[in-house]
Each structure stands twice: as structure tokens, then as C-alpha cells.
Design a protein around this ligand. Sequence first.
Ligand SMILES: *Cc1c(COP(=O)(O)O)cnc(C)c1O
Length: 363
Amino acid sequence: MGIDLNLSGGPFAAIDRAALRHNLQVVHTIAPNSKVLAVIKANAYGHGLIPVAQALNSADGFGVARLREAMALREAGVDQSIVLLEGVFSHAEFDAAARLNFEIVVHSFEQLDALETWHGARPLSIWCKIDTGMNRLGFRVDDFAMAWSRLNACKNVQAKPRVMTHLADADERADQRTSRQIERFNSLVRDLNVERSIGNSAGTLAWPEARVEWVRPGLMLYGMSPFMNSVAADLNLQPAMTLTTPLIAVRDVRAGEQVGYGGIWQASKDTRVGIAAVGYGDGYPRHMRSGAPVLIRGHQATVIGRVSMDMIAIDLGDKPVMVGDTVVLWGKDLPAERVAAFADTIPYELVCGISQRVAMSYR
Ligand SMILES: *Cc1c(COP(=O)(O)O)cnc(C)c1O
């Protein structure tokens, strides 16, 4: 039969650089007058921080959540703007941000106090975050005037801080709450003559008013849809990650027998069952329900029974497949959006959850 030597290698995430670049181009087409802050936090949503930054080097800047992520980018020679979306908190972190030329979000009075008492070598480039309804980070609307005047008076702040807000419901098309957030934001900053940023992926795709001087797409760059009941192809996006793994065993299970831990799946008839080398140790969620789709040789088959640490079981039906065949878990031809629904989650969590053990390749 000639079993492939790679069989014991387990799952493999193939990242398509051309798809990443295509998706960035889609952002430019949708928001032609906006600069793009490509959000690559969380290891570029599991796609690999440095390779993704390199593939998206035509972006106007990169957004990350943590100082550590930003430092890794600079160490790798990425010299674009890097924005720390949650900002920093201590004087030591301000020092690092100044040394490595990071832009920082200031969203709270604690950060503002720290910034004012910092003896910095040079002023920092700042984004002032306003809370227009998300109630996560940002100055409240009533506090903005105070925060803004303190920021502009602070010697540690470069001239012309930018302003930003984050939408809580942008994935609900035509939801009044989003219009209200955008109106609140614009009414505060209208006369300031500064650069603004509003939209994440959903905001950029669904809300023309959110396409201001800067957009901040994340998920769509990786080729996934932020909307329920919609997949990348509907938005002309291309999945950048395809997760595959080999089929390592095929067995005949008789009617009445159970499969996997706990026997939560029992054969109602004689069934050909395949075992694929992926499990929750790789980031394939343990709570994936029976019925979740996989693709083998272009045929759709379904996951059955409980996901183990290193393996899943698949009802092969009468598909002509055999040990050594490649099983697609999500990606091209099998949208992560669809798979995520079977784990009661969103595609963000699937791709971010890929573990260290998964081999990555870039083409
Ligand atoms: C993660 C994040 C984004 C990107 O969101 P997507 O939904 O992935 O497009 C944008 N802005 C902020 C502040 C974020 O934290």
C-alpha cells in the first residue's frame, strides 16, 4: 500500500501567503481610502506571527495585543508601525515602547497617570481609545475631554494623537447599536482633525461609516467570515490556513459496538471507521460534536465519538479511502466557519487554538 513516511508527523497547517495578500487586497478594495492596521495578535490568529507579518508587509502597520508580540516582530526585523492595542502600564514598558518605536493605545486614567510621570527619552506615538458602548477598554464618553486635554499637554506624547473605538455588534448587520457607537465616536472627535480608527473585520465589511482613516481587520485577513451563516467565499476571501492530518487506521466496527472514550457514539449498523491523527492536544476542540465535517479525497465524512488528545474517529461510510490518505479538518474547501459551529464556537477560536505541536508550512 506504500504508507507515507510522513504519517507519524501528525497534523499540518499549510499557510497560503498568496491568500493572505489577496485578503489584504480585498480590504483595500472595500476601504480604498483607509490605511490598514493588520491585526496579527495571538500568533497571527494561529497562522504564525513573523511569516504573516512578512507576507503582509504592504500593510500600513500591525496591531498586536501584547508587548511580547511586538518585541518578537522587531527582533525579526519588522520595521513597520506596530500598535499595542491594549497599551502598556509601567514605566519600564514605556521605555521598551520608546526604544523599539511602538505606538501605544491609551485607554485608561491609570495609563495616563503613568505616562505623565514617566521620564521618557522621547515622546511616544499614542492612540486614544474611547469606549462608545463596548465597555471593555477606553475612556468613557464623559471623560474623553479630560483625557484628551491631558494627553495633548503631556510632554511624553507626540503631537496629533490618533483616536479609536471598538464596535461590539458590528457582525450584526444593520444593528442600531453599531450606528449609535459610530455616531457617539464621531460627535466627540469631529472637530479634532485627527486620524480615526473604528472598524475591525465586521465593521470594515458591513459598515461603510466604519471605514475611516484607519481600519483594523484581523479575521478577514486570514480568510474567514466574521458573520454568522456566512463563509469566506461569500466575501471573496480565501482561507489562508488549511489544517490536514493523515488517516492512521481504518477499521470495521460492527452494529452495536461503541467508538472512543465513553462510548458516546455507538454504531447503529456495521460501519467503516477511520482514525485520524489530530486531537485536542493539537487544538482540535474536545467538545466537537459528532457530525462535524472533514474532507478525505474530496469526500465529506463526519467525526464520530469523543475527540481524544491525539486522535479523532471518522465515519467513512462507503467512501473509497485508506490509511495514509489526507484528512482536511478545515481550510480550503472546508470552511472553518462551518466546522466551528459543531464546537459551538467561532472560527477565531479554532485557528488561535492550534497548538505548538502542529507543524506549519508556508507557500
Ligand atoms: C482583535 C482586534 C481587532 C481585529 O478584530 P477582527 O474581528 O479579527 O477583525 C481590531 N481591533 C481591536 C482593538 C482588536 O482587539
